[in-house]
Design a binder for this molecule. Structure first.
Ligand SMILES: [Zn+2]
Length: 90
């Protein structure tokens, strides 16, 4: 009993062995290239590059990426919490 473990060439339809990398008939490559799929790894690498790039920008230009307005808001928030027991000054 011969097991017919094989596949057919999608291009010409010729039978081919499962282990064949190329079609014997037309030379079609069976190693199908998968369509562009963004992998999690590439996303992580992209984020790392962005973070490192941001740090480099900060170091080189000695400037914060965070807008000054946001920093002022944050400072107001922190000072408001710390000035609770101080009361009104002067
Ligand atoms: Zn073929």
């Amino acid at each position: 009993m011969k097991k017919r473990a094989g596949k057919f060439c999608p291009r010409c339809g010729a039978p081919a062995h499962a282990t064949d990398a190329y079609c014997m008939h037309c030379g079609y490559s069976f190693s199908v290239k998968k369509s562009k799929k963004i992998s999690l790894k590439s996303i992580i690498i992209l984020i790392i590059i962005l973070v490192i790039g941001g740090i480099i920008l900060q170091v080189f230009f000695n400037q914060s990426i965070i807008p000054k307005e946001l920093i002022d808001i944050f400072k107001n928030m922190t000072s408001a919490t710390s000035n609770v027991s101080t009361g009104t000054a002067g």
